[in-house]
Design a protein around this ligand. Structure first.
Ligand code: NAD
Length: 369
């Protein structure tokens, strides 16, 4: 157990990155390698040929064979990480236990038990964990959250009456033109079975993880927009036998919220979220995720206190900064928080609630008490 370095006041964070796959190359390495205050000093990749190609591309001084070697490097004081769904939680736990602050891709964990083990490692060494819920850093979503908070504070639009998130997916890559290095080397094994909820029948494991890893973003976003914290529970679940397509009704700090899930061969990204008040709504549409410098679109509807005979307005405010990318702002936030001591918006502690909600959804769907 090594105590983490307090990076408050440091000029720069010396970051090591674990995993050179699709997300690392398309998103995180381009971001972390170009953020002032962040120095990419090391890389870890089990698939060494791939690692060498990516190391050369980004001119990263050191390449390690796995995260353990990287976590033993005293020059590294923080780690970025993207790997398979259950595996990345185990890698994060070991890096936190080695005293490295961690930014990891979602989901943090595939069960509450795994999530708690990860958070215990963070508490023991003081190493901090941020999870990649990039939607929380999207300028459009921040405008929506602030509008909702403002209306609630003044009461000008009445009470919140309902919220919904619709996510059928589609082409999230937006024709990205970043060259991604590949390799025929086999992928390392992922310890999925041992990290699933102990009550989950093994034949449901695959569907559960597929559903959780996709819609953890959407539950997290609803909680974020409604400032619901850990006040989240499941009211009802109606899913198809695929365990993926359907509707879930949540209670988020007293607000009824629906989650509409499914698949669509859509040329863009079919995801939108709407929060209703007695006299208005705020509605937002997500951009295709990998489309750079594009923010969520926002529409605001208000009717005044006179009711249907009064004044009605529909506006499309432009979020600021208007040409910004949620993933880039997420990476900047990680580095800034380490250097200032500010709390992470999407911390590991916060994310544990999402994992709990997904266990509750599947328990209810499978009628397991
Ligand atoms: N935030 C988002 O919008 C978003 C979008 C897509 C994927 N993701 C998340 O990203 C993760 C997947 O990332 P990906 O598609 O880049 O994965 P990937 O499988 O393409 O790459 C992972 C790499 O990590 C390497 N690796 C595994 N164990 C390692 C270890 N112990 N040490 C060093 N290297 C190791 C593998 O060899 C592999 O090359 C998933 O968890 C997924 O949920 C997030």
């Amino acid at each position: 157990m090594t105590t983490a370095t307090d990076l408050r006041g440091h000029d720069r964070v010396r970051l090591g990155y674990v995993g050179c796959g699709m997300m690392a190359q398309s998103v995180h390495l381009p971001n972390f390698s170009s953020i002032p205050g962040c120095e990419l000093v090391a890389l870890a990749e089990v698939r060494q040929d791939l690692g060498r190609k990516v190391q050369a591309r980004y001119r990263i001084p050191r390449l390690y064979r796995d995260h353990r070697e990287l976590a033993a490097d005293p020059q590294v004081n923080a780690v970025g990480l993207s790997a398979a769904w259950a595996l990345q939680g185990e890698i994060a736990r070991e890096c936190l236990a080695a005293g490295k602050h961690v930014f990891m891709e979602k989901p943090m964990a595939i069960s509450v038990a795994q999530g708690e083990r990860i958070l215990a490692a963070s508490r023991e060494t003081g190493a901090r964990l941020m999870v990649g819920y990039m939607k929380q850093y999207d300028a459009g979503n921040l405008l929506v959250r602030d509008t909702i908070a403002g209306w609630r504070a003044t009461g000008e639009a009445g009470e919140v009456t309902f919220a919904r998130n619709h996510g059928f997916g589609g082409d999230w890559t937006a024709g990205i033109d970043v060259r991604v290095e590949t390799s025929d080397e086999p992928m390392p094994p992922s310890p999925t079975e041992e990290n699933l909820p102990e009550w989950l029948p093994s034949e449901s494991g695959r569907a559960y993880v597929g559903y959780l890893q996709q819609y953890t973003h959407n539950v997290n976003l609803l909680r974020f927009l409604l400032d619901a914290g850990n006040e989240a529970s499941v009211r009802d679940v109606d899913l198809d036998p695929d365990g993926y397509t359907g509707v879930v009704i949540l209670d988020l700090d007293g607000v009824r919220a629906t989650l509409e899930t499914g698949s669509l061969r859509y040329h863009r990204w079919d995801e939108h979220t709407q929060v209703y008040f007695e006299r208005g709504w705020v509605h937002t549409w997500a951009p295709p995720l990998l489309q750079r410098n594009t923010v969520a679109e926002v529409e605001v509807y208000r009717s005044d206190a006179e009711g249907l005979s009064g004044r009605h307005t529909l506006t499309r405010p432009i979020p600021e900064p208007r040409w910004s990318w949620a993933y880039r702002r997420e990476a900047e936030h990680f580095i800034e928080c380490l250097r200032t001591g500010q709390s992470f918006a999407s911390s590991g502690e916060d994310t544990l609630t999402d994992v709990r909600v997904f266990e509750e959804i599947y328990r209810r769907w499978l009628s397991i008490g």
